[in-house]
Design a protein around this ligand. Structure first.
Ligand code: UDP
Ligand code: MG
Length: 331
């Protein structure tokens, strides 16, 4: 088979209403390049007809390759698997609900040909999302920007093009709690952005409720920053300074003859206050500890039920030195 130039990677979780249209739009756009491409779909444990539709698409158009996960592993892991299996020289990540317009890929490819290794898409506007989602997303991007150690561009999602060199580097980063956009920034290389208007979903509804968004945010923060751990130190200094001031106050009050200064209630409030701070700090340490535990267990990032259409087994630590797990046969 001819060498594949572009791999479009789209994770799918309950996207039966979208993937046919996705394939049509991607085809329209990619055929304009006049170069070879593959569409890599990942079924992330969908409960609807998504996997059947994937097989249908593959039979109809052999450029559609797909992975079927043994269960739902989450968006970031699905994208990771897609990057592991993708064979192209440039890899494009895109959501399968058509919120990211495929037409933008052409602009990304142009930048790539100019020599940029990462071209990320910046959302200049978002359509059809609640004010709550817009507000929390804005807050999230700014918070991440402030407290993490890598420069993660504001208002960018995972919609991006990455050069083979970048993807091969990221394949060596096997952390479990993944924040792909942080990881792409960490890798470095020449990067640039293109602007686009984020569209409404073509069909179906979001599978990112508040609970998942919070987990995503905490993965992003713990993955790229020690700031929460340092909070304990800061709070310790602040409380110590306050108690120093308090001590002086109490001594002065005694000196000017006030006897029954401060009562039981004050003590109680102080004890509870400090107890609260200590529990929060313990919780923060717990968050990091849990993640360390997950890393130490060293389980594979995902389990593939079936990989269809790919030429070879990916070169990643999961598969190194051992045969492809039985569940992950190529067909
Ligand atoms: N997705 C996935 N696994 C999940 C949740 C979502 O693969 O557990 C996919 C989903 O099919 C879509 C993309 O990730 O292609 C973004 O999800 P969604 O549209 O629900 O999130 P939003 O765009 O609202 O942030
Ligand atoms: Mg979406």
């Amino acid at each position: 088979m001819a060498k594949i130039r572009y791999s479009i990677v789209a994770p799918c979780y309950n996207e039966e209403g979208n993937i046919r249209e996705l394939h049509r739009r991607i085809g329209e756009v990619m055929d304009q390049t006049g170069e070879t491409w593959e569409l890599v779909l990942i079924n992330d444990g969908s409960r609807d007809r998504t996997p059947e539709l994937m097989r249908e698409l593959h039979e109809l158009d052999p450029r559609v390759h797909y992975l079927d996960f043994a269960r739902n592993f989450g968006h970031q892991i699905a994208v990771t698997a897609g990057m592991d299996y993708a064979q192209g020289e440039a890899i494009i990540l895109i959501d399968s609900d058509l919120q990211d317009p495929p037409e933008l890929i052409l602009e990304m490819i142009e930048k790539w040909k100019e020599g940029y290794k990462v071209v990320y898409a910046i959302r200049s506007e978002r359509k059809g999302e609640t004010w709550f989602k817009l507000f929390t997303a804005k807050l999230f991007y700014r918070l991440i920007y402030r407290i993490t150690d890598v420069d993660i561009p504001l208002d960018t999602g995972d919609f991006r093009l990455m050069d083979r060199q970048v993807v091969d580097t990221m394949k060596r980063m096997r952390e479990r709690h993944r924040f792909i956009r942080g990881m792409t920034s960490w890798v470095g290389f020449k990067q640039t952005g293109v602007y686009y208007v984020r569209q409404e979903r073509f069909a179906g509804e979001t599978s990112y409720p508040l609970r998942k968004m919070l987990k995503f945010a905490s993965d992003a923060i713990t993955g790229f920053s020690y700031f929460p751990l340092q909070l304990a130190t800061y709070m310790g200094f602040i409380v110590a300074a306050l108690s120093g001031v308090g001590m002086v106050g109490v001594i002065l009050a005694r000196l000017i003859g006030q006897q029954a200064f401060f009562g039981q209630a004050t003590t109680l409030v102080m004890v509870l206050f400090l107890g609260g701070i200590q529990l929060i700090c313990l919780g923060i340490i717990g968050e990091y500890l849990g993640r360390i535990y997950d890393e130490v267990k060293d389980r594979p990032l995902y389990v593939v039920n079936q990989a269809v259409g790919f030429e070879k087994i990916p070169e990643i630590p999961e598969f190194a030195g051992r045969a492809e797990p039985k569940v992950g046969h190529l067909s």
